[in-house]
Design a protein around this ligand. Structure first.
Ligand SMILES: NC(=O)c1ccc[n+]([C@@H]2O[C@H](COP(=O)([O-])OP(=O)(O)OC[C@H]3O[C@@H](n4cnc5c(N)ncnc54)[C@H](OP(=O)(O)O)[C@@H]3O)[C@@H](O)[C@H]2O)c1
Length: 338
């Protein structure tokens, strides 16, 4: 597994990070004891394979994902880089509504953008308890909060760093203007990273990447496999339950799946075969090798998926292969509007 420094922080992370959203169950068709056990095994396998950074968030299963991470890292916390987030509250009604829907038991849920200093501090305390750790290695603001000045949030994060509760500060889903505001507000404390969505069919983060490269800010890219679509294992006729967000996701419309799968077969499969790799590994390696990307956060719910995703950490594509894959997906000109 290749490793890289995360921005100008002291953290060194693997090029593939374990993404712990799906294991929380919410938005992914729920969970149960068997799925939880597989998820903990998957994270243990990831750590063994050198994929020893885990990205989670309080809102992933309303605390459930963080509690499963605690189980997976028990006894070897020092080997793992724990990345979590703050800024999306389901238990405090201040701020603007970010998402509205039902949880896995059909209960209505409203989630609010809230990066107020007192709220961020409260969330950090809750996360430390759920994760069973003394410090969070990377604390990221999950989404920009339209009702809290970025400088106020960054001030709270600097205080938490000084108290030793947080080791490095990151953000997620920020524009380059918001990154600039955060960076300036932090002063001498580095903004370690941004976490944008980035994959072969979702490339709008490239504008942010040019900003982060210029300022030495790391990138941990989320949804690198477009929620499994870029593994080639989602046939056009696979059905997703209503409580799995992919049922409504534009990229999972049947005609789009068919086009993506055809490109995977025609263009990606020969490159994969030349390296003895899989389609998912090529698509992950493509993200990892884009200039400015530090690590790709691949979600997984089983040890088998982890093995495949971790394997991408050793795969290096040639410049010609990287370009061929990019051009093939650009040529599809997919309409991914909702
Ligand atoms: N900051 C943010 O706003 C934000 C937003 C989204 C995600 N994230 C982070 O990024 C992580 C990854 O993103 P994501 O979960 O949206 O998408 P992803 O990593 O692109 O896809 C994960 C899903 O793809 C399928 N999959 C993964 N590896 C596979 C393999 N080798 N073979 C077959 N299927 C495989 C699995 O679903 P099935 O087995 O069910 O098909 C898995 O749950 C999240 O866990 C989270 O940590 C952050």
């Amino acid at each position: 597994m290749r490793r890289r420094q995360l921005g100008q922080s002291d953290l060194e992370v693997p090029v593939v990070t374990f993404g712990a959203w799906a294991i929380g169950g919410w938005g992914w068709g729920g969970t149960d004891d068997a799925r939880d056990a597989a998820a903990v095994d998957a994270m243990k396998r990831a750590i063994d394979a050198g994929m020893d950074a885990i990205d989670t968030a309080p809102v992933y299963g309303f605390g459930h994902s963080e509690r499963l991470v605690a189980e997976a890292i028990r006894g070897r916390r020092d080997k793992v880089t724990v990345m979590t987030k703050a800024g999306l509250r389901w238990d405090d009604e201040r701020g603007e509504v970010a998402f509205e829907g039902e949880d896995d038991r059909g209960e209505p849920r409203k989630i609010y953008f809230n990066s107020r200093p007192d709220s961020v501090r409260h969330e950090v305390e809750q996360s430390l308890a759920r994760l069973g750790v003394d410090a969070i290695d990377l604390l990221q603001i999950h989404w920009p909060d339209p009702t809290t000045p970025i400088a106020d949030t960054m001030g709270a994060l600097v205080d938490l760093c000084r108290e030793g509760k947080v080791r490095a500060i990151g953000v997620s889903n920020y524009s380059s203007e918001q990154l600039e505001e955060a960076r300036v507000a932090l002063g001498d404390v580095p903004l370690a990273s941004d976490q944008p969505r980035y994959n072969l069919i979702r490339r709008d983060a490239e504008e942010v990447l040019s900003y982060t490269r210029e300022h030495g800010i790391g990138i941990v890219a989320y949804t690198p496999l477009e929620q499994g679509l870029l593994t080639g294992k989602v046939p056009a006729d696979r059905d997703f339950p209503e409580n799995d967000g992919r049922a409504q996701r534009p990229s999972f419309r049947r005609e789009i799946r068919a086009k993506v799968n055809a490109t995977l077969d025609d263009v990606v499969a020969p490159i994969a075969a030349a390296h003895g790799a899989t389609l998912a590994q090529v698509c992950l390696a493509w993200v990892i090798d884009q200039p400015g990307v530090t690590s790709a956060i691949a979600g997984a719910r089983t040890p088998e998926q982890v093995d495949e995703n971790a394997g991408a950490g050793a795969l290096e594509l040639t410049a010609a292969e990287l370009t061929a894959v990019r051009d093939a997906f650009t040529a599809l000109d997919l309409d991914l509007s909702a």
